[in-house]
Design a protein around this ligand. Structure first.
Ligand SMILES: [Zn+2]
Length: 132
């Protein structure tokens, strides 16, 4: 008997988890969590999950960051009871890391532009709030 086995890899979107600033998109965007599973397959049927990785990614540009098991567990446990992780310490911690990683890829000139843009947005937000 010949047993055909191989490897499969599939990615799933698990859904939106929050709204946060993306330094690549330069605006507040929805972020989603996704999972990549590697399978051992027999006769082309994915049978045994071999490896699972979770990611959080920008819903607009797709910039993605791997979540540790602990980070995913924290996000997942909030999402079981709530619509989003907005206004939680889990989100604050997560986006502190994401911000550092996104900004680490930027040049000096890009950084200056980003800071100026953020200051302008903050200023416009204050003006809008004063008007209300
Ligand atoms: Zn983005």
């Amino acid at each position: 008997m010949i047993i055909l086995f191989g490897w499969n890899k599939n990615a799933e979107r698990l859904g939106e988890v929050c709204t946060a600033y993306c330094y690549d998109c330069q605006k507040e965007v929805p972020w989603e969590v996704g999972r990549v599973t590697e399978w051992v397959s027999f006769f082309a049927v994915p049978t045994i999950p071999f490896k699972r990785e979770h990611f959080i990614f920008c819903g607009k540009c797709g910039d993605d960051f791997e979540l540790s098991k602990k980070e995913f567990k924290n996000v997942h446990s909030i999402m079981c009871h709530s619509d989003a992780i907005d206004h939680t310490s889990v989100k604050d911690a997560l986006f502190k890391t994401i911000e550092q990683k996104q900004l680490a890829e930027k040049s000096e000139i890009q950084m200056r532009w980003i800071k100026a843009n953020l200051a302008r947005e903050e200023h416009l937000k204050t003006l809008r709030e004063e008007r209300e």
